[in-house]
Design a protein around this ligand. Structure first.
Ligand code: 6PG
Length: 504
């Protein structure tokens, strides 16, 4: 019998998506240049399906892959972002793919590449995309899926994506998690919603990753404060994080941070984090988010700081040298009674900063949507991030509710629930940032979020002086507070009496 769907790429993500589809009753034809990867998928399928017939067929060429599928062909790519995507598309063209066939890219592609590809391949086949979040386990048992592009292609792939996606209990807004091969979660609301025209899904996933970077950095800063100011061990910090994970800060990232901190190195018996080198890697999606926010003028300083924090960490060699040369503040002595207070302040700081990070990310998506004419549904986006993805958290339910109350919300900070939350907890946020700063511990993300909040709520910023400076050295003109909007003025700074000149 013919298969329901074809797959190119049986790496970690591809393999797990294939097995997830198989669990949900779909027959998959798979191809990978590395035959061993296909063998591994077949072996796992065999081990999991027991006596039942094979659910996955391994193909030895692109031509065979097409021959195993009914027309119009539906083929998913799970290959590294960038050139490999185009390489595979060209191979499939050579193998005879047709104009009404669909190729779905699931990599972390740059959204502008996706837009270009849709145009480039027009008439040859339909290029559709689905950004995937959730890592290996998500792919296997339920990822969060952000599809975008041709609406017809969406109708073809929709039942499959809704079947394999993570599910949320509509009554509680919480993930329904079951990590059992052969027993997929079929009940609940699927975390797979059509995002919009070509490129929009990958844009939304890019912002998801920007938020992921900031969320991770915030947790790391709380860890450093506890480690370096309070002198706590990895195990003690793990138990604080476990406690936090039971409250407002409940999230996948909080949970795994506690687990990493609680793990002992199998070689030395030391806490694992104490033997991991403090040099962060990155593959680019956080950087793209920061760049896009700069280009669009939609401030996402905390996301940008998270990218910078990774870059700074990578300068290990310079930092080690600088540590012996540059002075910090005199030793900060914290009394034992202050410990609980500082930990509570950090908790509240993390919560407030996290609200700001999401406010920045959603504002960025709104600005991009206005710029590109996308009708993004923010309540829906928050909904599909409630389960499956890396930033999943109870918190996303409150964001969903905020956008359900008002889908035109300019900034999440203005939603009554979030505005109230920050007003209640901000004092501790300020305290946490001040404590760390006085002790010389960097809290770039925590403090940038605070500056974002304080700037956003300030009716008169010092940009009046800045405009004066620009006009002084470059005749760049300025608006006046007492004259109509858009009327520009300039001062003739060369005259001692500095006369005002109306420009237009
Ligand atoms: C996800 C992750 C995933 C990947 C990141 C890692 O949502 O499943 O974001 O896409 O783990 O790309 O990115 P860095 O290597 O840049 O940290």
């Amino acid at each position: 019998a013919l298969c329901d769907i074809g797959f190119v790429g049986a790496g970690v993500m591809g393999k797990n998506l294939i097995l997830n589809l198989a669990d949900n009753g779909y027959r998959v034809a798979a191809f990978d240049l590395d035959h061993q990867k296909l063998e591994a998928v077949l072996a796992q399928d065999k081990a999991e399906r027991g006596d039942k017939p094979a659910r996955v067929i391994a193909c030895s060429s692109y031509t065979e892959l097409l021959s195993r599928l009914s027309a119009p062909h539906l083929i998913v790519l799970s290959v590294p972002a960038g050139k490999p995507v185009d390489d595979v598309c060209h191979k499939l063209i050579d193998a005879g793919i047709q104009a009404d066939d669909i190729i779905v890219d699931t990599g972390n592609s740059l959204w502008t590449d996706t837009v270009a590809r849709e145009k480039d391949y027009e008439g040859k086949f339909i290029f559709f995309s689905t950004a995937v979040s959730g890592g290996e386990v998500g792919a296997r048992f339920g990822p969060s899926l952000m599809p975008s592009g041709d609406p017809y292609a969406w109708t073809r792939i929709k039942p499959l994506w809704q079947a394999i996606a993570a599910k949320v209990d509509p009554a509680t807004g919480k993930p329904i998690e079951r990590f059992e091969p052969g027993n997929p979660v079929t009940e609940g609301e699927p975390c797979a919603a059509y995002i919009g025209p070509s490129g929009s899904g990958h844009y939304v996933k890019m912002v998801h990753n920007g938020i992921e970077y900031a969320d991770m950095q915030l947790i790391c800063e709380a860890y450093q404060v506890m480690r370096d100011i309070l002198g706590m061990t990895a195990a003690e910090i793990a138990s604080v994080f476990t406690g936090w994970n039971n409250g407002k800060l409940h999230s996948y990232l909080m949970d795994i941070s506690a687990q990493v901190l609680a793990t002992k190195d199998s070689e030395t018996g030391l806490p694992l984090v104490d033997v991991i080198m403090d040099k962060a890697g990155q593959k680019g999606t956080g950087l793209w988010t920061a760049v896009s926010s700069l280009q669009l003028g939609s401030p996402s300083p905390t996301i940008a700081e998270a990218v910078y924090a990774r870059s700074l960490s990578a300068l290990k060699h310079e930092r080690v040298k600088a540590a012996t040369v540059l002075a910090g503040p005199a030793q900060n002595l914290i009394s034992p009674e202050q410990k609980a207070e500082i930990i509570q302040a950090l908790h509240d700081a993390l919560y407030c900063a996290k609200i700001c990070v999401y406010a920045q990310g959603f504002h960025l998506m709104k600005t991009a949507a206005d710029e590109h004419g996308w009708q993004l549904n923010f309540a829906e986006i928050a909904k599909i991030w409630r389960a499956g993805c890396i930033i999943r958290a109870v918190f996303l339910q409150s964001i969903t509710e905020a956008y359900e109350r008002n889908d035109e919300l300019e900034n999440l900070l203005l939603d009554p629930f979030f505005a109230k939350q920050i007003s209640v907890y901000q004092q501790n946020w300020r305290k946490a940032v001040a404590n760390a700063t006085l002790a010389g511990i960097p809290v770039a993300a925590l403090s940038s979020a605070l500056s974002y909040y304080d700037s956003y709520r300030t009716a008169v910023l010092p940009a009046n002086l800045l405009q004066g400076q620009r006009d002084f050295f470059g005749a760049h003109t300025f608006e006046r507070t007492d004259k109509a909007k858009g009327k520009m003025f300039h001062v003739d700074w060369s005259h001692s009496d500095r006369p005002m000149v109306k420009i237009k």
